[in-house]
Design a protein around this ligand. Structure first.
Ligand code: SF4
Length: 404
């Protein structure tokens, strides 16, 4: 879709109702941070993650009580669930009994080939896929020794060894991840893996940390690969409310044109000497107010009516400040003027009406006096601020004096 290179062909698997790989849209995953034994708490978080954009949710299955919790959660979950398994293969079997849609196994800590094959056989019998989740931080020691540490080649070798075990029992319903917290390492590992397998790939930068640095790291790794056509499902691993990681995942796919827009794309001018309002504050308030609403439009918050409507004319809806007022425009056409204190409220109201009624109807219903009022405000600002509100000419003159 769009201007990115075509996605590299992968075979398709199904995590419950969600197709992963092949021509399926890139999916968003997230993980609960509740105790899985806490059924109501975990379900509440799963619903919040699904609402924020997660197509698939993973829950830890680290003890018998967690597996029992999954048995109660699976039938009530709005999205397919993956059980995260470390060390104990028996918990993988218990999670299958609980009815999960997918397992995640870490080859670095379930090492006995017979245990791995047993889990694969059981998964195969039930038509449940497995993610081979290689992690640079918990790589098999012998592979790390052979490759001189957690190199890209070592991460790929770990995945291939697990695949070979699965192959022995005729199981190939697999997706793979080779995550690292080091972004260049992760990128190169996925590139190499993509060259040697057609299994769908689950992308992630592990332990990316708290936002904003964590968001930057995760985006750097995941977006680079997606822009190369690599990756079938993604997860942002943030040290934050998991709703943030689900939202970020969805926003990244929408920004890259890999998923249709479901949420608001808020753009805002960077502000300058012309700004008639605190653009950062208004943009943040608008972002918060619009975040929960499923409105697939681009909304612009602009600091002044002199340049704002023109600069944001491609936005579906925008608001520009000036003369103590907010000037609302649809597709660059002025439709309403509201007091400055009501800017955010009016923007949200108009966004909902725009989605419900369409742009043409909102332009047709424009306040007839709005265009004239906006133009008067614009001219008043120009008269007051002139062409150089940032006082560039004055500064240049000062510089000249300094250098004389
Ligand atoms: S000219 Fe107006 S719209 Fe452009 S950056 Fe400055 S305040 Fe924002």
């Amino acid at each position: 879709m769009g201007l990115l290179p075509a996605r590299r062909p992968t075979r398709q698997i199904h995590v419950g109702s969600v197709a992963v790989g092949g021509d399926a849209p890139v999916s968003v995953q997230s993980m609960t941070i509740t105790k899985t034994a806490d059924v109501e708490g975990t379900l509440a978080q799963i619903y919040a993650l699904a609402a924020a954009g997660a197509d698939i949710v993973r829950c830890t299955c680290n003890e018998a009580e967690a597996a029992e919790g999954l048995a109660a959660i699976v039938p009530r979950s709005p999205v397919p669930l993956v059980a995260d398994i470390h060390f104990q293969y028996r918990l993988a079997l218990a999670a299958l009994d609980a009815g999960v849609a997918c397992l995640r196994l870490n080859p670095g800590n379930i090492r006995n080939p017979e245990h791995i094959k047993l889990v694969a056989r059981e998964a195969k019998d039930r038509g449940v896929p497995i993610r081979i989740g290689v992690n640079a931080g918990s790589l098999d020691k012998d592979i790390a020794d052979t490759y001189g540490g957690a190199t890209p080649e070592a991460l790929v070798a770990s995945a291939q060894r697990e695949l070979a075990y699965f192959d022995e029992v005729g199981f190939d319903d697999v997706k793979i991840s080779v995550k690292a917290s080091n972004v260049p390492l992760m990128i190169e590992a996925y590139r190499q893996l993509s060259a040697v397998t057609d299994h769908p790939l689950h992308l992630g930068v592990t332990e990316a940390g708290p936002p904003p640095a964590g968001l930057v790291k995760a985006t750097a790794g995941i977006a680079t690969l997606l822009a190369e056509g690599i990756g079938d499902t993604i997860r942002f691993s943030l040290t934050a409310d998991p709703v943030e990681e689900a939202r970020a995942g969805r926003q990244l796919l929408e920004a890259l044109g890999l998923r249709a827009r479901k949420t608001v794309d808020l753009i805002a001018c960077p502000s300058c000497g012309r700004a008639e309002v605190d653009v950062i504050r208004v943009a943040k308030e608008a972002e918060a107010a619009l975040a929960e609403r499923q409105l697939p439009i681009q909304v612009a918050v602009m600091g002044c009516v002199v340049n704002g409507p023109g600069e944001a004319r491609t936005a579906d809806l925008g608001i520009a400040a000036g003369n103590g007022k907010g000037h609302l425009f649809v597709k660059g056409q002025m439709i309403r003027v509201v007091p400055e204190a009501q800017m955010v409220e009016a923007l949200v109201e108009e966004a909902e009406r725009l989605v419900a009624e369409g742009a043409e109807a909102r332009i047709a219903a424009a306040d007839t006096g709005a265009v004239e009022e906006a133009e008067r405000d614009r001219q008043a600002m120009l008269a007051e601020q002139g062409d150089d509100p940032n006082a560039v000419a004055q500064r240049v003159e000062l510089i000249h004096k300094e250098l004389e």
